[in-house]
Design a protein around this ligand. Structure first.
Ligand code: PLP
Length: 399
């Protein structure tokens, strides 16, 4: 290690590298060495739609109206109020005092960890899960404790498995439904059992819900925030990134017991001060405006999900459950006898399709590949065609 790198903090020396980024780097190397191969990228977890016009117009107007200065740390009342209104369907007790505006759901979780957990505390996470959770817990010396999500259970985490992982150090259970990378939804019955555990062992439930409105086939998304008995111990993180195609705006929010919000606002001051003011005005417009744009995007995702997953299931050796929510498909490739990293690299090399090996999301992801179907019809059709040709050529014996 060079002298300069030796000076890095322990956190930065140990901070986990992104498995998604690693695939980009491999694809970039292959593209440059392979003469600019036409790689189809199915790794990026964001909508391939523009932010709806009514939201863009609200932002432009907000800038012209002078919303270009700092806002209060907890966010602008207009936006906090709009968030509280959305959650009145969970409980009429929710008011803007339960809401802090954050830089995406990502900062919401970091704030929750910094405000409510101490170094040495344990937080239960789904395995496989969104890999940022490992770095986010590390920031405050919190240990992420993975609990397996099995394909037999439709990739939903089970309360009984959570209970086995609870120790005296456990302080929180982090849930993510609909899930990235699994596309699964935790059923209401299981959420209720997890809430019972939270009471029994005196735990927080952190519920990371950025895909709450991206659900298919009439599935019901159920949040622990809807369970009266645990409302004081549930922290909901959400954002407008996925539902409103606003990933680059960096607007999200967190709901919690009103006692915690001022403390979070204090920590927010030292981290980012506040979320950009005109983005907050636009965020309020997004939540209060017509929801057709979101509904139309979800319809498109549903069609593309079918295009991808039906296509993958027709390839010998690949099986893939229908995603119930989010825009991820988690395909089983165990039949090929390779690690998911090896199989993903072969897909780049031979099919020119880049997707993320399941192992990037935790040890239970081994043997799976995550595909994003927030992509064009043409790309999805072409990717399936190429993977099919690659598999039939390189694995003729796999049926
Ligand atoms: N949580 C999950 C499960 C995600 O998949 C993502 C983004 O991919 C985020 C949180 C962060 O989203 P944002 O910070 O843009 O709200």
């Amino acid at each position: 290690m060079s002298d300069k790198l030796a000076k890095l903090s322990n956190l930065s020396k140990n901070y986990p590298a992104s498995g998604i980024r690693k695939m980009f780097d491999i694809a970039a190397k292959y593209t440059s060495e392979g003469g600019g191969a036409d790689i189809i990228n199915m790794t990026v977890g964001e909508p391939n739609f523009d932010t709806p016009e009514y939201i863009r117009e609200a932002a432009k107007k907000a800038i012209d109206d002078g919303f270009t200065r700092y806002s209060p740390n907890a966010g602008m009342p207009v936006f906090r109020q709009a968030v509280a209104e959305k959650y009145q369907k969970y409980s009429t007790d929710y008011t803007m005092n339960n809401v802090i505006i954050t830089v995406g759901a990502l900062e919401g979780l970091t704030l929750a960890i910094l405000t409510l957990m101490n170094p040495g505390d344990e937080m239960i996470v789904q395995d496989p899960c969104f890999p940022n959770y490992f770095g986010q817990t590390m920031i405050n010396g919190v240990k992420a404790v993975p609990v397996p999500c099995y394909e037999e259970n439709d990739f939903a985490i089970m309360a009984a498995d959570i209970e086995k992982a609870i120790t005296p150090k456990t302080k929180a259970i982090l849930l993510n439904s609909p899930s990235n990378p699994l596309g699964s939804i935790i059923p209401e019955s299981e959420i209720r059992k997890i809430c019972d555990l939270a009471v029994k062992y005196d735990l927080f439930i952190f519920s990371d819900e950025p895909y709450d409105s991206i659900v298919y086939d009439g599935e019901e998304f159920f949040s622990p925030g809807q369970v009266d008995e645990v409302r004081d111990r549930v922290i909901v993180m959400n954002s407008l990134s996925k539902s409103y195609a606003m990933t680059g705006w960096r607007v999200g929010y967190l709901l919690a017991d009103a006692a915690y919000i001022p403390k979070m606002a204090q920590i927010q001051e030292g981290m980012v001060s506040c979320v950009s003011s005109f983005s907050q005005v636009a965020g309020a417009a997004a939540l209060r405006g017509p929801q057709e744009a979101t509904q139309n995007m979800v319809k498109e995702y549903a069609r593309r999900r079918d295009l991808l997953i039906d296509g993958l299931n027709a390839i010998p050796g690949i099986t893939c459950k229908k995603s119930k929510g989010s825009f991820y498909a988690f395909a089983n490739v165990k039949a090929f006898g390779k690690t998911s990293q090896e199989f993903a690299e072969e897909m780049i090399k031979y099919a020119h399709v880049i997707a993320v090996p399941g192992s990037a999301f935790g040890s239970m992801g081994e043997g799976y590949i995550r595909f994003v179907f927030a992509n064009s019809d043409e790309n999805i059709i072409e990717a399936v065609k190429r993977i099919d040709a690659f598999v039939r050529e390189h694995y003729p014996d796999v049926k």
